[in-house]
Design a protein around this ligand. Structure first.
Ligand SMILES: C[S@@+](CC[C@H](N)C(=O)[O-])C[C@H]1O[C@@H](n2cnc3c(N)ncnc32)[C@H](O)[C@@H]1O
Length: 212
């Protein structure tokens, strides 16, 4: 287990599944509108990238799925069966969604280089080992492809008190880490040649795009 992973002890897979089983009923109402601008901006970027094969990790209830362009072929994975049940209802109406699968994003069954693009929206600060997530996304994306994250990243000076308070209850319920930092997932050098773009609302989220 990496140093970053040790910091996330407590967010065990079973705890995540239990949390999201409860949350799946309300997720779209609670987190649909709040995260929508950053979610749509990430999908817009995916649509603009070359390549057709897209992996969305932590697809949740599938809120992003209707927004991919027809030319992209999407596979969505998540470890919560309850969130996926909702995603499957959405996917049934979307011919460009190839599959929605129950899988741990840190250790998938996909072949090396199977995808052109992998994207994780609001997932990196939930998984037990964010660096394992990054390594797995890099493995399944072909060389030259793209790996994207949308997440809240705390600044190097720490978390503003107002943000900590605002997210405390939510963080406990959804397994989010309000104090999740870039260095919890990226090692020195990972961000070379990448772009980091602040996202609405209020630049609370960043879209990080890595060339594989
Ligand atoms: C905050 S939700 C984000 C859902 C969706 N991406 C969105 O834009 O609303 C985090 C999702 O990550 C999933 N997740 C957490 N850890 C995971 C893992 N190791 N592998 C796959 N999915 C995971 C959760 O089940 C949940 O559906």
């Amino acid at each position: 287990m990496t140093i970053a992973a040790r910091q996330f002890e407590g967010l065990r897979p079973q705890a995540i599944k239990t949390a999201y089983a409860r949350l799946s009923k309300y997720y779209d109402v609670l987190f649909g509108p709040l995260l929508r601008p950053a979610r749509l901006a990430a999908v817009k970027r995916v649509n603009a990238l070359p390549g057709t094969e897209v992996l969305e990790v932590g697809v949740g209830t599938g809120l992003a799925l209707p927004h991919y362009s027809a030319g992209k072929r999407i596979v969505g994975i998540d470890m919560s069966a309850d969130m996926l049940a909702k995603a499957r209802l959405r996917a049934a109406r979307l011919p460009n969604v190839r599959a929605v699968l129950e899988m741990d994003a840190q250790a998938t069954n996909f072949a090396d280089g199977q995808f052109d693009i992998a994207v994780a929206m609001f997932v990196a600060s939930v998984v037990p080992d964010p660096r394992a997530l990054l390594a797995e996304m890099r493995r399944v994306v072909k060389p030259g492809g793209s790996v994207l994250f949308v997440n809240h990243f705390a600044g190097e000076t720490g978390v503003p008190e107002w943000w900590r308070r605002a997210t405390e209850a939510v963080s406990r319920r959804v397994g989010w880490r309000a104090d999740f930092r870039m260095r919890d997932i990226f090692k020195a050098g990972d961000l070379a040649g990448s772009s980091v773009v602040p996202m609405p609302p209020l630049g609370l989220f960043d879209l990080v795009e890595l060339r594989n």
